[in-house]
Design a protein around this ligand. Structure first.
Ligand code: GLN
Length: 248
C-alpha cells in the first residue's frame, strides 16, 4: 500500500482529448509510479457528478467546437459549480485548449451562439471564423526561468481579464491570441494552456510542479524524489530547437 496517494478526475476522457492530451495523464501516472506514489484516475464523463471533495487533481483536454458544445451544456448543468468550489479550495487543475476555453467565462465558436464557461479563468475566447487562419504549430513559452514546449492548434483567441495571470510569455508561436505575447492562464492552482503535445511528457518540470502542489495541499509536504529525466530533457531541447528553427 503506497504511503502517498492522489486522486485525479479525468474530465470527458472520450470527448476532450485531442492531439495526444491523454499523454498528460500517462505522464502524471508514471511520475507517481516511479516514486511509489499511488495516483488513482477517475473518469468523469457527461452526466456524471463531480464530487469535489474526492479529488486532488483535475484534468480536461482539448476538443473541437462540436464536442465543446456538448461539454459546455454538461458543465452548466452538472459540474461547473462543484469544479469552481474545488479550485477555490486549491485543488490542482490543468485545462488544455478547448477545456481551457470552457473553464473561462465564455467561448464564441466559429458558428453558433456563445458557449458559457464556468468562469475559473477571468478570460474570454473568440473564434475568428473559418476564413481566418488557425493558430497552428510548435510553441515555446518562458515559464519560471525556463521553457515549456508543445504544439498548438486552435481557432479561438483568448483574452485575459485582470483576475488571472498568463502561464508564460510566448517565445515562439501564437499563445493565447497571437497579439499580447501571453500564453495560458493561472488562477490559484488552476492552469489553462494551449500547449498540446502532449504537454507534460515533454515538460517534466511542469508535471512535477503540479504533483508538488497536490502533495503540499494534501499532506503539507511535497518532497519529490528526483527522476532521471534525461530522455525528457533531450525531447524538450529538441522541441525548443525545432520551434525556434521553424519559427512556428
Ligand atoms: N475548438 C477550439 C478552437 O478551435 C479548441 C481546439 C482544441 O482544443 N485544439 O479554438
Amino acid at each position: 500500500m503506497a504511503e502517498l496517494s492522489l486522486t485525479l478526475a479525468y474530465l470527458y476522457p472520450e470527448l476532450m482529448s485531442v492531439y495526444g492530451d491523454l499523454g498528460n495523464i500517462t505522464a502524471l501516472r508514471k511520475r507517481c509510479d516511479w516514486r511509489g506514489i499511488e495516483l488513482k484516475i477517475e473518469p468523469v464523463d457527461i452526466g456524471q457528478p463531480f464530487h469535489s471533495a474526492s479529488y486532488d487533481l483535475v484534468f480536461v483536454g482539448g476538443g473541437q467546437d462540436k464536442e465543446q458544445k456538448l461539454v459546455a451544456g454538461d458543465l452548466q448543468d452538472h459540474k461547473g459549480e462543484a469544479i469552481r468550489m474545488a479550485v477555490e479550495e486549491d485543488v490542482v487543475l490543468l485545462a488544455v485548449c478547448g477545456g481551457y476555453q470552457l473553464f473561462a467565462r465564455y467561448y464564441r465558436p466559429a458558428d453558433g451562439p456563445d458557449l458559457p464557461g464556468i468562469g475559473i479563468f477571468d478570460a474570454v475566447t473568440i473564434h475568428k471564423g473559418r476564413r481566418v487562419a488557425r493558430c497552428i504549430g510548435n510553441i515555446a513559452i518562458e515559464w519560471q526561468g525556463g521553457t515549456l514546449v508543445g504544439f498548438e492548434n486552435h481557432g479561438g483567441r483568448t483574452y485575459l481579464g485582470p483576475n488571472c495571470q498568463p502561464l508564460g510569455k510566448v517565445l515562439v508561436g501564437f499563445g493565447n491570441n497571437g497579439e499580447d505575447g501571453g500564453e495560458g492562464a493561472v488562477y490559484r492552482n488552476a492552469y489553462g494552456t494551449y500547449l498540446h503535445g502532449s504537454l507534460l511528457p515533454k515538460n517534466p518540470r511542469f508535471a512535477d510542479h503540479l504533483l508538488r502542489l497536490a502533495l503540499q495541499r494534501k499532506y503539507g509536504q511535497a518532497d519529490l524524489v528526483p527522476l532521471n529525466d534525461e530522455l525528457e530533457t533531450r525531447a524538450h531541447g529538441a522541441a525548443v530547437y525545432l520551434a525556434k528553427s521553424k519559427g512556428r
